[in-house]
Design a protein around this ligand. Structure first.
Ligand code: PLP
Length: 453
């Protein structure tokens, strides 16, 4: 089925809404204040509702749908695996699980041979921290303000955004620091070089004052995702690596959102000349068709557990139905040149169009990104950079951004928003014409933000 076959089915719409509203308890929400869209189907970069509306998915669901809705190769990999062996427990060896682990290790930096599979991103980070604590014998973890690492206890405590606040204290051994953010420099820098130097000095001071002898891990999203598509300035991540080496700290790269092609690399660390100790992944590994996450483990860390048991596990670790579309993902990426395509579309199509949008709209303060992962930062005033809506805005405060979102949806584009930003993160298989069409819709919708300036 494709978007052109959509037939409205209002009875189904009513039924789906009724079951959902009565019985489904939704994430991150006041249950009585939400109105989830009943979705009837999807294909490629498009999904549609029961009322006959279709949307270009400019958020790839939760930035996981890298190969788009209903990719035939992924669907067929799942059904073939289901027909052959639908499940097997993790302590047995399985061909599909082993093949995916080999493929992942094959695109990781040199010196990474092993993969521990989890059910998603939060438990990948949770287990990565556990490994770091066991290897170093040190408990404390440093993570950034403006970050998201997941919803389980240590992961939500490491998170540097308001989702952490109601969950504190879940893990008392986590401290936060400021990362680089050129557009709103916490260090009052005037250049990327200055931002790198000052952010590293701040991190080193944090390590010294928190006590290097107490810190087992530093976790960093290689490109900060939901909290702003913050691209690290040149030299920052290699500087973090150097500090970790100097102070005996495990460097965990959280690539749950940016791994597997989002920024035109298998792993985003490849774009920044840095090799961490652990890389966590989820989402794009199989486009989220079946829940899957994991940790790629450097040989140095893995060898610690050669003769000492790793005290962690999950019933569904390396579930074959999740690994099968992961293996198919590698085949599709290689056959269809996905990484090259993402780099090309990012540089040739998205970057110049967003630059033109920034030029044209008084409400656009900054645009930044890489590959098919971009942020449009909305402001009241380009000179002062005052955000169009406050940090953590909700309700009436968030109305100017809500108006942009409503205009996008009305014109058939489903955007990703967070505070005063719109993110552009479509499936990596989006057609160039759809990509341009979606950016044009955003361009027009931004008139709503201009009206609030
Ligand atoms: N880390 C990052 C950078 C994420 O973006 C997310 C989810 O959005 C997570 C971790 C948590 O992943 P999951 O929701 O699969 O637990």
């Amino acid at each position: 089925m494709t978007a052109s076959d959509i037939r409205p089915d209002l009875d189904a719409d009513t039924r789906v809404r009724a079951d959902d509203r009565r019985h489904v308890f939704h994430s991150w929400s006041a249950q009585a204040l939400i109105d989830p869209l009943p979705v009837a189907g999807g294909a490629g970069a498009t999904f549609w509702d029961y009322a006959g509306n279709s949307y270009l998915d400019f958020s790839s669901q939760l930035v996981n749908l890298n190969l788009g809705h209903q990719h035939p190769d992924l669907v067929s990999a799942i059904s073939q695996q289901a027909g052959r062996l639908a499940t097997i427990q993790p302590s047995m060896a399985n061909d599909t699980r082993g093949e995916l682990a080999r493929l992942i290790a094959g695109v990781a930096p040199d010196g990474f041979s092993k993969v521990f599979f989890t059910n998603g991103g939060a438990d990948a980070n949770e287990n990565a921290v556990r490994m770091a604590r066991l290897v170093t014998g040190k408990r404390k973890v440093l993570s950034m303000y403006r970050s998201y690492h997941g919803n389980t206890s240590t992961a939500i405590t490491m998170t540097g955004d308001p989702r952490r606040w109601p969950n504190e204290p879940a893990d008392a051994s986590v401290e936060h620091f400021f990362g680089p953010y050129a557009y709103r420099s916490p260090f009052h820098s005037d250049s990327p070089e200055e931002e790198t130097a000052r952010a590293l000095e701040h991190l080193e001071q944090t390590i010294i004052l928190e006590g290097a002898s107490t810190i087992g891990a530093i976790i960093i999203e290689t490109i900060v995702g939901t909290n702003g598509v913050l691209i690290p300035p040149p030299g920052y991540l290699p500087g973090v690596r150097e500090l970790c080496d100097r102070y005996g700290i495990v460097y965990i790269a959280d690539e749950v959102m940016v791994g597997f092609g989002r920024v035109g690399e298998w792993f985003a660390v490849d774009a920044f000349d840095v090799v961490p100790d652990l890389i966590t992944f989820a989402k794009g590994v199989n486009s989220g068709y079946v829940p899957l996450g994991g940790i790629v483990i450097s040989d140095r860390i893995a060898s610690h557990f050669d003769t000492v048991a790793f005290p962690g596990g999950l019933t569904y670790s390396g579930h074959p139905l999740a690994c099968a579309p992961g293996v198919a993902t590698f085949e599709v990426f290689r056959r269809d040149g996905i990484l090259e395509r993402v780099r090309d579309l990012g540089e040739r199509v998205v970057a110049p169009r967003l630059a033109a949008i920034a030029e044209r709209h008084p409400s656009v303060g900054d645009v930044r990104g890489r590959g098919l992962f971009w942020a449009i930062e909305l402001v009241r005033d380009k000179a002062t950079r005052e955000p169009l809506v406050p940090f953590n805005a909700s309700g009436a405060e968030a109305a100017p951004v809500a108006a942009v979102v409503a205009a996008c949806k009305k014109a058939g584009v489903w955007p990703f928003t967070h505070f005063n930003r719109l993110h552009v993160a479509p499936p990596l298989v989006i057609g160039e014409d759809d990509l341009v069409r979606g950016l044009d819709v955003i361009d027009r919708a931004l008139d709503e933000a201009d009206a609030a300036v």
